[in-house]
Design a protein around this ligand. Structure first.
Ligand SMILES: [Zn+2]
Ligand SMILES: [Zn+2]
Length: 74
């Protein structure tokens, strides 16, 4: 029953995005899984323009509000 030493709790989603592992991440949500990484930066909503930009950067989730931007290709 040995558990690998992980300093942070990561829940059931083993997302490889580095933002989950750093404290004081520059974004509120992970662009890969949408998980919250820095609640202090969370936004309720974003201008649609910002989501268009994020889509162009190929983010699956908005890093500000956590909304799914790209989907349905699983
Ligand atoms: Zn993630
Ligand atoms: Zn957003």
């Amino acid at each position: 029953m040995s558990v690998a030493a992980t300093p942070t709790r990561r829940g059931p989603n083993p997302c490889p995005n580095l933002n989950h592992r750093r404290s004081g991440a520059p974004v509120a949500h992970c662009p890969d899984c949408g998980g919250a990484v820095n609640q202090a930066l969370h936004r309720m909503a974003c201008p649609e323009m910002q989501h268009d930009e994020a889509r162009r950067a190929r983010s699956t989730f908005c890093v500000h509000c956590g909304l799914r931007l790209i989907g349905g290709y699983r």
